[in-house]
Design a protein around this ligand. Structure first.
Ligand code: CO
Length: 501
């Protein structure tokens, strides 16, 4: 029996799940050599929210990070998460922009594109999959797991077969909320392994405490690879820690052979990452580190419940939690049982809230209307025709059945338009800048003008009152910066002060 391949996601999902995607490239570099040499099958280093967050909060140009990580980890294949036609945003981009993004990323060293669509509409994945293969990279067709009366094991397998037919190099079962029970994972993986010829991978989270057990079941069912992370950017809302998973697999016929040197290397990486975790103390939270029992009880993603509570509190409707919660399946059913994943989980949550506050379907949010009318893609089941009519009336829009990016009247910026805009502002206008400009125009402009956020001038050391770990070196944006140490509420803070004008 072949041992299971272990991937490592610490540099993307690890800090996205446990530290609000705030890890900086300079905090990653010290473990890169060890990560690259460890023997992981793939390293998830980019994509998902890291591109948005890097620009918005860390003033990092996304392709610079990819270049730096590729240089530091040249041996192991790099992997990224891509939202199909949305690239790494939440709206649809025209095919030429999707293709240019993927080609440019592959040119910068990206090897594996893990491509998904929030609605599991494969039409929204096709262009990206074709582009990845044309660029000489791997296209992994990804199935978003969700539970509903129409999401049967057979339906997931059917989607896997379709993705294989579309040319996927592997199938990934992606359980973003960590809600898949082990035996269901077993059934889906087992079914896929018996039906498709390409490798089958699985990705889950430990949010509800199921992740590691789910991996065990998937491994028994013959899954080819699993995603892991490294503590403290692991477990909880992240992927299971590698050392923990190896302990669970001890004695299992598919356990990879791991040397003492590899174990020591994991220990060393952990030590460095603990320091980084402390530095990111403003963005970590105990809630993310422990098992979320509510998510098990309500069977919706953890983030959705906390959004709910905040929303209801703002509206002084805390007493309506159970009522709003019971409205979720009503909304989901009407909207064709869409999966609950960003951004659909927020849209369903908001609509459930509006239904309770104003009466069912009296007020349909523009986003919920777009789902009902097909502007996000094809829903897993038919949309309630009555709700669709109401949505059309309230949004003053016609329903569509075509691929959303081809919706009549949709206005898109193509590569030529993007290049012209950048040139007019005297900014670099190569493909890398064009595709980032397509998705994050104000953030890119600030970055290029040198007006981006200065996150690294404040490095916080938390929880260690005795000998505080040395704060991360401040990234100096000008040679004239001076550093001062301050203690605020018992916390050691280092600030960089520079003269402006
Ligand atoms: Co994930």
């Amino acid at each position: 029996m072949r041992s299971v391949q272990l991937n490592n996601n610490v540099l993307r999902d690890g800090h996205q799940s446990l530290a609000a995607t705030r890890m900086r490239t300079e905090q990653m570099l010290p473990i890169c050599e060890a990560l690259d040499n460890w023997g992981f099958g793939a390293l998830e280093t980019w994509g998902g929210a890291t591109i948005d967050s890097g620009l918005r909060f860390l003033d990092e140009f996304p392709f610079d990070r990819l270049d730096a990580l590729k240089k530091a980890c040249p041996k192991t294949p790099h992997m990224m998460l891509l939202r199909g036609q949305n690239i790494v945003q939440y709206k649809h981009f025209p095919d030429d922009v999707v293709t240019a993004f993927i080609k440019t990323s592959a040119d910068h060293g990206m090897n594996i594109f893990r491509i998904f669509d929030a609605l599991n509409d494969t039409r929204n994945m096709k262009c990206a999959m074709d582009a990845a293969k044309a660029a000489g990279a791997q296209a992994h067709g990804t199935i978003c797991y969700t539970s509903s009366p129409v999401h049967t094991v057979a339906k997931f397998i059917e989607m896997g077969v379709e993705l294989e037919r579309m040319g996927a190099n592997a199938i990934v079962l992606k359980d973003m909320a960590g809600l898949i029970p082990p035996m269901e994972a077993f059934a889906i993986i087992d079914g896929l392994k018996k039906t498709v010829k390409i490798p089958v991978w699985i990705h889950t989270h430990d949010t509800a405490g199921l992740g590691a057990s789910t991996y065990m079941a998937a491994i028994d069912a013959g899954v080819d690879a699993i995603d892991l992370s490294i503590s403290p950017f692991a477990n909880g809302t992240g992927q299971p820690d590698t050392t923990r998973m190896l302990a669970l697999l001890q004695g299992h016929p598919r356990c990879p052979e791991v040397s003492e040197a590899q174990r020591a290397s994991l220990r060393e990486m952990r030590t460095h990452l603990e320091k980084a975790y402390a530095e990111l103390g403003d963005f970590t939270s105990h809630k993310n580190e422990v098992i979320d029992v509510d998510t098990l009880e309500y069977q919706v993603p953890g983030g959705m419940l906390s959004n709910f509570r905040t929303q209801l509190k703002d509206q002084k409707m805390e007493d309506k939690f159970e009522e709003v919660f019971r409205e979720i399946p009503v909304v989901r059913e009407a909207l064709g049982w869409i999966p609950l994943v960003t951004p659909t989980s927020q849209i369903v949550g908001m609509q459930a809230f509006l239904n309770v506050k104003f009466g069912r379907w009296k007020q349909i949010s523009p986003q919920a209307a777009d789902i009902a009318l097909g502007y996000y893609g094809r829903c897993p089941a038919p949309v309630d025709p009555e709700v669709q009519q109401l949505a059309a009336k309230q949004a003053k829009k016609e329903p569509i059945t075509c691929r959303p990016v081809e919706a009549p009247g949709a206005v898109h910026q193509h590569m030529d338009d993007l290049r012209k805009e950048l040139k007019a502002k005297n900014f670099p206008s190569d493909d890398a800048h064009c595709v980032i400009h397509a998705m994050f125009p104000p953030q890119l402009e600030k970055h290029l003008k040198g007006e981006g956020p200065k996150p690294t001038t404040v490095a916080v050391a938390t929880e260690t009152p005795k000998a505080a770990p040395a704060p991360a070196p401040a990234e100096s944006n000008s040679g004239l910066q001076r550093k001062y140490g301050l203690t605020i509420n018992g916390r050691r803070v280092e600030v960089g002060v520079e003269e402006i004008g």
